[in-house]
Design a protein around this ligand. Sequence first.
Ligand SMILES: Nc1ncnc2c1ncn2[C@@H]1O[C@H](COP(=O)(O)OP(=O)(O)O)[C@@H](O)[C@H]1O
Ligand SMILES: [Mg+2]
Length: 214
Amino acid sequence: MNLLSAKKLSHSFDYELFSDISIELEERESIAIIGISGSGKSTLLHILSTLLKPQSGEVSIFGEDVSRMSKKKLSQIKRDKLGLVFQSHYLFKGFSSLENLEIAAILSKQNIDKDLLKRLKIDQVINQKVTELSGGQQQRVSIARVLTKKPKILFVDEPTGNLDKLTANEVMEIFFEYIKEHRAGMVLVTHDEELAYKCSKVYKLIDKELVKVN
Ligand SMILES: Nc1ncnc2c1ncn2[C@@H]1O[C@H](COP(=O)(O)OP(=O)(O)O)[C@@H](O)[C@H]1O
Ligand SMILES: [Mg+2]
């Protein structure tokens, strides 16, 4: 099944970031987008994940044009089917990690996966306040929270920035297994080429174009 299809996307802020970009994501597929800092990777991910409207072009999710969806439908899809793993964690700061996961579990009517917490090495700190955790631990709590809602598409922006190499690799393995197991897909944005080449397809955002490099 086609999860995501973007056609002829263009976007400018003070200057044109990219134009005429098209990309498709299928079930069980992972796509990496690499490019130098400032090339527009995060902006493209914001557009693909429906957070930002493209200035031209269209994004379809599960075969439906996002710009034609009702507000209600789009917010349901965002809540239940799209998993955003961005650099700012958006955890609820006054709460414990467990409470953060419980909120996600309740909203999406899913269960918290204890094994996942172990693999992310946060099972021991789950009762601590988010603000007491290190940056890397907070990042893994936010990954656990996203996966708890069992999204169909993962949008991941520089996921391993706060993590040591070993933990970063483990986190990526968790993403790859997740998309295989749940017939989901992933769009990963990173400047780390080694990480990118673990994905099924690799694109580079360069000179305002998206070029397939693997
Ligand atoms: N909200 C915004 N308002 C104005 N300009 C922006 C905004 N977001 C990004 N930009 C511009 O777009 C450029 C690319 O940003 P970004 O998509 O974050 O690149 P990357 O993720 O590849 O580093 C930035 O250098 C900045 O000039
Ligand atoms: Mg970025």
